[in-house]
Design a binder for this molecule. Structure first.
Ligand SMILES: Cc1cc2nc3c(=O)[nH]c(=O)nc-3n(C[C@H](O)[C@H](O)[C@H](O)COP(=O)(O)O)c2cc1C
Length: 438
C-alpha cells in the first residue's frame, strides 16, 4: 500500500534589503548601509538555514526606480550575492531574480547553471519582465515594451534557457583519462533556436548540477503572467490578500498548467507574507505604528502613486480611493489589484491605506504574537491557499530573528514544517521531481 508523505510547508526568506517596511533602515537595530553589505545577507542566510528554511530569495530591478533618498533599494546583483551565500551555507536554496527584458538567454542560462553547479543543486531563477521605465532607459530604450509583448519575449526566453539547461545529458561529462575523452560530444546537444526574439546556437558551457537544472520561479498575476507561469513555473510567488484569493489563484494556475500537459498539482504556490511580531498583540501593533510613523509621507505618496499610476498626493487623505482608478496598461497589474482590493475590501481611507501598506505593494501583513502568526500560516496552508510563504519580515534581520526563534518552533510542533533537512537540493526541499524537458 503506497503512503504519500504528509504535505510539508515551504518557507523562503525574501531578503528585501532592510525589510519590507520603508522605514526599516531607520529602526534602532538596523544598519543604514546594510542593503549594500554582503555581511547583512550572509547573516540572514545563516538564520534561514539554521531555521531549516527552503531558500533565500533576492529580488531585483536593474535601475533606481524608487526614492533612494528615503529608502534602500536592491543594490547588489542577486547571483553574485547568492554565490557568496552558496559558499557559506550547505542546504539553503538560492533564488535570484533576473529580467527577461534586459538580458540574453545564453547569459542567464549560464549564470544560473553556474550557481546551481557551485552550490550542489540549490539554485532557482525568478523570471520577471521588469515593468518599470527607469530600467528601460538603462538599456537604450525610452520606455518598457507593452505588457503582452514583454510576456511574449519572456515565454520564448524561458523556453531557450530551459533547452540550454538540457543541452548536456546528465552523463555527458565522462572524464575518461585512459581514452582521453573528457566530454562525450554525442551527449551535448545544440539548441539551434531561431525564434521571434532570439537566435541561439548552444550547447551551454556548463555541465548539469545534481538537481538537473535550476528551479524555475515566476511572479506575476495578470492573465499574461499566469500564462507564463502555467507554461514554465515550478514555483510561483503570488500576492494573495485572502484565503479565497489564494485558493482561486491556485485553482486557476494549476488548471492552466494541466491543460498544457504539465502536472499542475505539483506547482508550489508561495504567497508573499509580511510579519510584525510582538510578545503581545498590543506590542506588535505598537511596533507597526512606530514603523509607520518613521515613513516620510513623501515616500508613502510616491510609492502608492507608482502602484496606482495616479498622483495620490493631491487626493483627500480622509476619503476612500477614487472610483475612477484604472490598472496600468503596461505596468504591474498585480500590485494595482491587490492594493485597490485591500482598500475597497476594508473600506480604508487614503491615510489608513498608506499606514497599512507600510511602503509595500499590497502583500498581506500579519501583525500579532508568534502564536497568532503561526496559526494564520497553518490556516492558509490547511485551506490550500498556499503551499508555503515568501516571508518578508518588517525589519531585517531583527524581525526575521523573532520569526525563526519564536514562530518556526510552533510550526514544527504543529507538524507542518521540517525539523531537519532531508535533502541537499532545492528541488528536494520543494518536493519537485527531475526537471521536465521543454
Ligand atoms: C513575491 C514577488 C516578488 C517579485 N519580485 C520581483 C523582482 O524581483 N523584480 C521585478 O521586476 N518584479 C518582481 N515582481 C513583480 C512581478 O514580476 C510582476 O512584474 C508583477 O507581479 C506584475 O505582474 P503582472 O503585470 O503580470 O501582474 C515580484 C512580484 C512578487 C509577487
Amino acid at each position: 500500500m503506497t503512503t504519500t508523505a504528509p504535505r510539508q510547508l515551504h518557507l523562503n526568506i525574501n531578503a528585501l534589503n532592510a525589510g519590507v517596511y520603508a522605514s526599516a533602515w531607520r529602526w534602532p537595530a538596523s544598519d543604514p548601509g546594510g542593503f549594500a553589505d554582503l555581511g547583512h545577507y550572509l547573516r540572514i542566510a545563516r538564520l534561514a538555514e539554521k531555521a531549516k528554511f527552503d531558500a533565500i530569495f533576492l529580488a531585483d530591478t536593474p535601475a533606481i526606480k524608487d526614492r533612494i533618498d528615503l529608502r534602500p533599494i536592491n543594490a547588489l546583483e542577486p547571483t553574485v550575492v547568492l554565490a557568496a551565500i552558496a559558499a557559506s551555507t550547505t542546504h539553503l536554496g538560492l533564488i535570484g531574480t533576473a529580467s527577461t527584458s534586459f538580458n540574453e538567454p545564453y547569459n542567464i542560462a549560464r549564470r544560473f547553471a553556474t550557481l546551481d553547479r557551485i552550490s550542489g543543486g540549490r539554485a532557482a531563477w525568478n523570471i520577471v519582465t521588469t515593468g518599470v521605465d527607469e530600467a528601460a532607459r538603462n538599456f537604450g530604450q525610452d520606455a518598457i515594451a507593452a505588457h503582452g509583448q514583454r510576456y511574449e519575449r519572456a515565454a520564448e526566453f524561458a523556453d531557450v534557457v530551459r533547452r540550454l539547461w538540457h543541452s548536456w545529458d546528465d552523463d555527458a561529462l565522462v572524464g575518461d583519462k585512459a581514452r582521453a575523452l573528457l566530454v562525450d560530444p554525442a551527449k551535448l546537444h545544440a539548441v539551434d533556436h531561431h525564434g521571434e526574439y532570439f537566435r541561439v546556437q548552444g550547447a551551454l558551457t556548463t555541465p548539469r548540477s545534481p538537481q538537473g537544472h535550476p528551479v524555475l520561479v515566476q511572479a506575476g498575476g495578470s492573465d499574461d503572467g499566469r500564462g507564463l507561469a502555467a507554461r514554465h513555473a515550478e514555483a510561483i510567488f503570488t500576492v494573495s490578500q485572502t484565503i479565497e484569493d489564494g485558493v482561486a489563484y491556485a485553482k486557476d494556475v494549476r488548471e492552466r498548467a494541466t491543460r498544457l500537459g504539465r502536472n499542475g498539482a505539483g506547482i508550489v504556490l508561495l504567497p508573499g507574507l509580511s510579519t510584525v511580531i510582538g510578545d503581545t498583540e498590543a506590542a506588535a501593533r505598537q511596533r507597526h505604528e512606530a514603523l509607520a510613523d518613521l515613513i516620510p509621507p513623501a515616500y508613502g505618496f510616491a510609492r502608492l502613486s507608482s502602484v496606482l499610476h495616479r498622483d495620490v498626493s493631491t487626493l483627500d487623505l480622509d476619503a476612500p480611493l477614487p472610483d475612477d482608478l484604472a490598472p496600468p496598461a503596461d505596468g504591474h497589474h498585480t500590485a494595482f489589484h491587490s492594493t485597490v482590493g485591500l482598500a475597497r475590501r476594508e473600506n480604508l481611507t487614503l491615510r489608513q491605506l498608506l499606514r497599512r501598506l507600510g511602503g509595500g505593494i499590497g502583500h498581506r501583513v500579519v501583525i500579532g504574537t508568534p502564536e497568532q502568526v503561526a496559526d494564520d500560516i497553518a490556516r492558509w496552508f490547511a485551506a490550500g491557499a498556499a503551499d508555503g510563504f515568501n516571508l518578508m519580515p518588517d525589519v531585517l534581520a531583527d524581525g526575521f530573528e523573532a520569526f525563526t526563534e519564536q514562530v518556526v518552533p510552533l510550526l514544527q510542533r504543529k507538524g507542518i514544517f521540517r525539523r531537519e533537512y532531508e535533502h541537499t537540493t532545492l528541488r528536494g526541499h520543494l518536493g519537485l521531481g527531475a526537471p521536465e524537458k521543454p
